[in-house]
Structure formats: structure tokens, C-alpha cells
Write a protein that binds this ligand. Structure first.
Ligand code: NAD
Length: 243
């Protein structure tokens, strides 16, 4: 039987990409979007809910999932700290995969970044550079935010170490800084580089997404996986067995 999916944000770029590959990934889509659609109408008949809409929509959708005991896949990014806190409380009550990036390559980049940060240590300056299409609403991207979390964890630093862009008389770079740079333009689907620079050498780990289909396939893979899990908050590393 195909997996029955309530897809929130179905008319967006990601929603259309998911609908495009649903058939070949054994899933059928019930579409809901901003324009007056009420997801509550479709929730009873679905096996799982997928959210690729806007940060303000995720909380209410997750409440609907909890009230109906439905598993959820959250792909939306750009939530505020307060929204994230609310989502974390709700998400553990149903099986929930919440990931800032559903591509297999990016999830491997997360693991490689952790390893590189641990091996290279504080002698290497770390900067994260990301680029996305001109329509993207949030910055830095959810993927860049996750890369930064990993680097801060490994270097035992807090968010105070983050340096968002540089301008003016900045002075010398401190070794405790972690630089973050968000480029925007054209139709770039998503590019992330983690750069480790020391005196005499530089290591760059780069992932380039060429098509949204990689996120769509990843989200559908997560949907097939999450319906078999116990309530709890999971990420794509769990789905891929990278943890
Ligand atoms: P988009 O703007 O093309 O589409 C968003 C859709 O959501 C639109 O159709 C819009 O009408 C709808 N929407 C907005 N507010 C809504 C609401 N309150 N209720 C229901 N629907 C609502 O954006 P996109 O490029 O498809 O990206 C959607 C989200 O997914 C963004 O947060 C983006 O950063 C994120 N994203 C995540 C991944 C990942 O792998 N996790 C990959 C790509 C994009």
C-alpha cells in the first residue's frame, strides 16, 4: 500500500519536488498550502505529515499531529529560538524527524565536519560559507546553522563566537571566532563550504546541491522510516543510520 502523506506547503518549490517523486517512492499526496487549506480536514486519513511551509506554520501543524497521534517529518527551516523550543516540546510526543537538510551528502558533510573540527583543533580557523537562490527567506540556512552547532560543540564554544560577515576595521581574526557568510543569488539550490585554515594549509569541505529532488527523496525516505518508529525526536542521521 502506498504511504498516505499530508503535505503542508505543497504548492512551494519543495512541495512540488516531493509531489514529483512521490509516485516512484510509493507515496500518495494530500496537498495543503497557505491559500485557505485546512490540514485538519486531511489528517485522519493520512499515515504521516510532511511540513515544507513557513516557520510560523510548523507549531500549529505539530499540535495537529500530536492531537491525532500522527508521525511527522519537518523540513521547514528558519524557526526562531522560541519556536524551536515549542517544537522540541511537542515533537517528542509523536515519532518526528526534524532535519534542516534531507540530502544524504549533506548528512555525511555533518559527520565529516565533526571529525575535521575534532582532529584539527583550535589552530585552524573555521568559516562556514553558504549560497542559496534569491528567493530564500532565512539566513544563514538551516544547514549552515547545523554545521555551526557541530563546530561550536567540538570546539567547546558558545554562540557568542559566531561572526556573521565582516565589515569595517575588524582587527585581526581571533582564533575563537567562527565566521558565517550567507550569499544569495539566482537559482542556486544550496551550497555549503566548511573551511579550516591554518598557517600553511587549508581544508575545504564542500557540498553542492544541484536539484531539489535530493531533499524530496530524503524527506520521503524519512516519512517511510518514521511511521515505524516510537514517539521521539529524530534527525536525518538516525534515518540514514549515521548515528
Ligand atoms: P516556498 O516559498 O517555495 O514554499 C513554501 C510554501 O508554503 C508556499 O507554497 C506557501 O504558500 C506555503 N505556506 C506558507 N505559509 C504557510 C502556512 N502558514 N500554512 C501552510 N502553507 C504555508 O519555499 P520552499 O523553497 O519550498 O521551502 C520551504 C521551506 O523548506 C523553507 O523553510 C526552506 O528553507 C525549507 N527547505 C528545507 C530543506 C530541507 O532539506 N530540510 C530543503 C529545502 C528547503
Amino acid at each position: 500500500m502506498p504511504l498516505k502523506i499530508l503535505l503542508h506547503g505543497a504548492r512551494g518549490r519543495m512541495g512540488r519536488a516531493i509531489a514529483g517523486v512521490a509516485g516512484e517512492m510509493n507515496a500518495v499526496i494530500h496537498a495543503t498550502d497557505d491559500a485557505g487549506d485546512n490540514p485538519a480536514r486531511h489528517v485522519a486519513g493520512c499515515d504521516v505529515i510532511i511540513d515544507f511551509s513557513s516557520p510560523s506554520a510548523t507549531g500549529q501543524l505539530l499540535e495537529l499531529a500530536v492531537a491525532n497521534a500522527k508521525p511527522v517529518v519537518i523540513g521547514t527551516t528558519g524557526h526562531s529560538a522560541a519556536e524551536k523550543k515549542r517544537l522540541r516540546t511537542l515533537a517528542g510526543k509523536v515519532p518526528c524527524v526534524w532535519a534542516g537538510n534531507f540530502s544524504v551528502g549533506v548528512n555525511l558533510l555533518f559527520a565529516l565536519t565533526r571529525r575535521a573540527a575534532a582532529v584539527l583543533g583550535a589552530d585552524y580557523d573555521v568559516e562556514v560559507v553558504e549560497m542559496h537562490h534569491r528567493f530564500k527567506q532565512d539566513a544563514p540556512s538551516g544547514t549552515a546553522a547545523r554545521l555551526l552547532e557541530i563546530i561550536l560543540e567540538e570546539r567547546k564554544l558558545t554562540a557568542k563566537a559566531l561572526r556573521h560577515g565582516r565589515s569595517g576595521l575588524t582587527g585581526e581574526r581571533k582564533s575563537s571566532e567562527v565566521g558565517v557568510h550567507a550569499l544569495r543569488g539566482g537559482d542556486v539550490v544550496g551550497e555549503h563550504t566548511v573551511l579550516f585554515a591554518a598557517l600553511g594549509e587549508r581544508l575545504e569541505l564542500t557540498h553542492k546541491a544541484g536539484d531539489r529532488v535530493i531533499f524530496a527523496c530524503g524527506a520521503l525516505r524519512a516519512a517511510h522510516w518514521v511511521v515505524k518508529q516510537k514517539p521521539g525526536l529524530y534527525d536525518m542521521q538516525d534515518v540514514l543510520g549515521l548515528t
